[in-house]
Design a binder for this molecule. Structure first.
Ligand code: SF4
Length: 339
């Protein structure tokens, strides 16, 4: 049996911005501390040891976390540097801090590695580029073991993801049309899964009408009724909601739309990220349509947030666009309920 580890070409280029970061992962989020690190922290001597013991608590989900103080990790110093790193060195960081924003989707013998879009520096690497990222595969033999997924289903999912990525990168239709086609195609894949017919689903199958209501007001209201970390995100959702249903295609927004469309490659890389990150999970949960909807919701929501931003500021720079996407990811991607 073979183990396959897959990395996008930008993965190795990541370096934490530390005190230069514009939206540190040490703010707003509670850091979950793994058992091994907690054990070490409990035994640490000196002032920092006392601080460890007074900072750790069990949250409502039963996770051990560092209590935030004024929405900041208690070890985030005013300088923007980490006190644990400064006093005890990198090896003393808990798994969450050592690994973020590196993330892995572990599908048994296939491990797909990526960075998380919620980190500003990772977002820059993920989103900037005029082509689909390359993927680097490391393959090695491992002892025979039971494969924990249906091989035919996994092959169908890998094949169908490739077809959707080819649609996104290789066809000349406008991107919103392609994304709608991807969604319809995903529903055909879903039907195949339901019938346990895993032969290839062809692109000329994609005329399905029976897809859910993904109107952006439904999507935005869903986010607005959930937990929101920052006032900035709440305000941008409210601005977008105030534009009204059907506004995106109105001639009133021609100029804004053409600016947003000029960032087509950013949106293509955004959709690529979401498909790569989530689609293969359907080999385990059987929900190909749901995994595709995560990508479609990101595409629809980010475009509406851009439209609202343009209406308010009369411009949309690449850095503003990256900020919108990074914040969207930070607010939604690390909470399964929001996806
Ligand atoms: S969000 Fe990213 S760049 Fe910023 S501090 Fe965290 S890991 Fe570093």
């Amino acid at each position: 049996m073979q183990q396959v580890n897959i990395y996008p070409d930008y993965y190795q280029d990541f370096h934490c911005l530390a005190d230069k970061c514009t939206d540190s992962c040490c703010e707003k989020w509670e850091i979950v501390v793994d058992d091994e690190s907690a054990y070490k922290y409990e035994k640490t001597s000196g002032d920092i040891g006392k601080k460890f013991r007074s900072s750790m608590m069990i949250d409502d989900d039963g996770d051990r976390i560092f209590k935030l103080i004024d929405d900041r990790c208690p070890f985030l110093e005013k300088s923007g540097l980490c006190e644990i790193h400064r006093v005890l060195g990198e090896d003393a960081l808990c798994n969450t801090c050592r690994e973020y924003p590196r993330a892995v989707q572990d599908h048994g013998n296939i491990a797909e590695h990526d960075l998380s879009l919620s980190c500003p520096e990772a977002a820059r690497l993920i989103l900037l580029g005029d082509r689909e990222p390359f993927y680097i595969e490391y393959i090695y033999d491992i002892p025979d073991d039971e494969i924990c997924y249906d091989i035919e289903l996994m092959d169908l999912l890998k094949d169908s993801r490739r077809k959707m990525l080819d649609m996104i990168w290789d066809t000349s239709d406008p991107l919103p049309v392609i994304i709608e086609k991807c969604l319809k195609y995903a529903f055909f894949v879903q039907e195949s899964i339901g019938k346990e017919e895993y032969s290839s689903v062809y692109l000329n199958d994609i005329n399905k009408e029976d897809i859910p209501d993904l109107s952006y007001s439904n999507i935005l209201n869903g986010y607005l009724s959930g937990e929101i970390l920052t006032d900035e995100f709440k305000q941008s959702l409210e601005d977008a909601a105030a534009l009204g249903e059907g506004s995106f295609n109105s001639s009133k927004f021609d100029e804004a739309r053409s600016v947003i469309d000029s960032f087509e490659n950013v949106f293509k890389r955004l959709c690529t990220y979401y498909l790569n990150r989530y689609w293969l999970r359907a080999a385990f949960n059987g929900d190909a349509a749901g995994e595709c909807i995560i990508m479609v919701k990101a595409f629809i929501t980010v475009r509406r947030l851009c439209l609202a931003y343009y209406e308010k500021n009369k411009e949309l720079s690449i850095s503003a666009l990256l900020r919108i996407i990074q914040l969207y990811s930070k607010e939604t991607e690390h909470n399964a309920d929001d996806l």
